[in-house]
Every structure is written in C-alpha cells, then in structure tokens.
Design a protein around this ligand. Structure first.
Ligand code: SF4
Length: 368
C-alpha cells in the first residue's frame, strides 16, 4: 500500500512520454506473460478475440470437410450420400482451408464419403493443415477398410486423431446396415481391422477414436467387451439422423427411415455402454445444427431442418458471409463437448463433456 500511495502521489510526473510508456509497459507485462504462457500463438489469439468481441465475427472453431461423397460402402442411413463424384483440386482446397484458418479454425476433420479412397490427396491435405496452417488438431473419419500401415507411416506425423466408424461387431448386422463392400456385397470384417488400426495408431502416435451410429439394427447389441479392449480415447455414439435432401425418403440414394430408433432405444444403448471409458453419446437434438460441414464444393451445408441448403462457396464470398447463410448452433456445439483434448500430444483421458437431457433419458442418470 505505501508503494501504491507513492506511485499515485507521483502521477503528474507520468505525463512525461517516456515515463508514461514505461508505466504502461510495466502494467502490461503480467497480462502479456499470462497470454504468452497459456496460448502458444498469442497474436492469432488476440486477433481472434478482436474479431469476435469487436467485429462480432463468428469463429469456425471446428470444421468438418467432407471433401468427397464417394464411398465403397452403402450404409442405409448415410447422411452424406454420393450425390456427386467431385472433389476440389488440391490448390483450391488449400486456399479454402487457409481462409478458414485465418478466420479462427482450430480443428479440421476430414470426412466423406470415404476419404481413404483418395489416399495421396488426403495425406497432402493433412500435411498442409498441420504444417502450413499450424492447426491444433487434424483428424479423419473413415470406415476403416482402406487404412493401411504404410499410409500411416507416410502421413501419420500430421494427424492427431483417426476415427473409425463401427456400428456392429457382427458381420450379419453390418450386412443389414449396409456396411459392406458395395461392389461385392461382402460385409466389413471390422473387428480384425479395428484392432490392426488401433495398433498402427499407437505405433505412429495417432490417437484412436471410434464412432458408432445407433440404429434399428444394432441398438440391442452389447459392444462393451470389444470396445473396452480396443480402448479408444473417445467413443462417439450417435443416434441415427434423418436429413432432408439426403436420406429422408425412397427418392434419395439412401432412405434412413427404416433405421430410425426412438429416444428410449437410444437411451437403452447408452445405459448399457455408459461405463466404457471415453463413451460420448450424441442424441439428434445435439447433432442437428452443431456441426460446421464444408462440402466437396467448399460450401457450408445447412442443418437441413427443412430442405438441405448450402452457402455460397467460401472462396467466392468469404468465410463470414458463407457462415451467415447457414445455421450453426454454437451453443449445441459447446454442449456436445465440441472442444476437447484434441491434439495428439494431449494424452486425453476420453472424458465426456455432455450435459442436459438425452431424448427422455437424463444424462445425469447415466452417471458418466
Ligand atoms: S461408410 Fe457408410 S455412412 Fe460413411 S460415407 Fe460410406 S456409406 Fe456413408
């Protein structure tokens, strides 16, 4: 206190420009120290803070780039169906990803279709996102059939998370779902491949994740033992989703109506598996508009509450204008734990981040 009193009594002398500058620098030091220590890229952080707070921009924190719709499977509930065979050339995709990074993207997930049908393109995009754009997290969602040890040896250094979709451990259920090679009709031998991929991920320092869609064909299945043995750091469990314009009736390439489960059935699956480490359920309510989806033409896709719409291409109108043309529910994104320990060196424990209600079942009752 005496020091503060002495400083205050000498305030008039601070009118000297040099003294004033020194005083401001001294006062700012703890603030700058705090930000430099906590945030590895303080300039970027402060710029984003300015954009969000002062300019009112929307920050696309986590983006799912479905760069292709082509797939080797034929899942009946697929909600990103093979409407086109297009994917943007590498330089075009890179320009779009750079715009997103400048707008505040921190995590990028590559999805499809099946992204591993274009292994070189996928690897080059991962390397670009990690090395050039310095993103905190680069991940891939795949059906697992085309993942190889050699690919991970070549590109694994630029990947934080590899998520493999697995809806059943039984060939006959996979057949009913449509998780089978489209050309031969042979269902995926996913259990053997899942363990292989899990081991390759460990070898190359990539975090292994599992995704499951709960539908009419698998909601009664007990997956506890196999998933526990696989030990993914996070197990995302989705309630099958009907999306207008993609899979809502027989005129679409896929018709998911026969695959729908009630909230109670989804809750039943969740209660059975709630004790598995990393278990993270996602009911329809949280899924609908909480994902930022960039499609193969570099549009954002709308949630699809009515007929599915899309924004103009981000390379034509910019990220902010494109974001303003679609619905993105940032609150639901946060509620479903959209930001988590997503870097390869995070050493995550698979903790869940859900709250609220799960289609008639209180998440608090599930005792995560
Ligand atoms: S694996 Fe199934 S759900 Fe995924 S893109 Fe292919 S058809 Fe769609």
């Amino acid at each position: 206190m005496p020091l503060l009193r002495a400083l205050l009594s000498n305030l008039p002398t601070l009118s000297h420009p040099l003294l004033l500058t020194t005083a401001i620098a001294l006062i700012s030091l703890p603030f700058l120290y705090f930000h430099f220590k906590i945030f590895p890229k303080p300039t970027r952080y402060l710029t984003l803070l300015y954009r969000r707070k002062i300019l009112g921009h929307t920050i696309p924190i986590s983006v799912n780039y479905h760069f292709t719709r082509v797939c080797n499977a034929a899942c009946k509930f697929c909600f990103h169906t093979e409407l086109t065979g297009y994917h943007a050339p590498l330089p075009t995709a890179q320009n779009a990803l750079r715009l997103l990074a400048e707008s505040g993207m921190r995590k990028l997930n590559f999805a499809g279709g099946e992204p591993f049908l274009y292994p070189k393109h996928l690897g080059q995009l991962c390397k670009f996102a990690k090395e050039e754009l310095q993103l905190e997290s680069v991940s891939i969602v795949s059906n697992g059939t085309r993942v190889s040890e050699q690919w991970l040896a070549n590109w694994g250094a630029w990947i934080d998370i590899l998520a493999i979709s697995c809806d059943s451990m039984k060939a006959e259920t996979n057949q009913l779902i449509g998780r089978a090679e489209r050309t031969t009709g042979v269902p995926f031998d996913n259990v053997t491949q899942l363990f292989r991929i899990r081991d390759w991920c460990r070898k190359f320092g990539v975090r292994f994740k599992l995704n499951t869609v709960v539908c009419a064909k698998n909601w009664e299945e007990d997956m506890v033992d196999v998933v526990s043995e696989l030990a993914p750091f996070r197990w995302k469990v989705f309630q099958v989703l009907v999306v207008d314009g993609e899979n809502e009736n027989e005129t679409r390439r896929r018709d998911a109506r026969s695959m729908v489960v009630t909230d109670e059935e989804f809750g039943w699956f969740c209660r059975r598996h709630k004790g598995v480490k990393g278990f993270t359920p996602e009911p329809n309510r949280l899924m609908r508009a909480s994902y930022l989806i960039l499609d193969e033409y570099l549009h954002f896709l709308d949630a699809g509450n009515d007929k599915r719409k899309h924004s103009d291409p981000i390379l034509e109108v910019g990220v902010q204008k494109a974001l303003s043309q679609v619905e993105w529910d940032e609150q639901a994104f946060n509620e479903r734990g959209g930001v988590y320990d997503w870097s390869r060196d995070a050493g995550g424990n698979g903790k869940t981040a859900c709250s609220g209600e799960l289609g008639g079942v209180k998440l608090s009752d599930l005792e995560f």
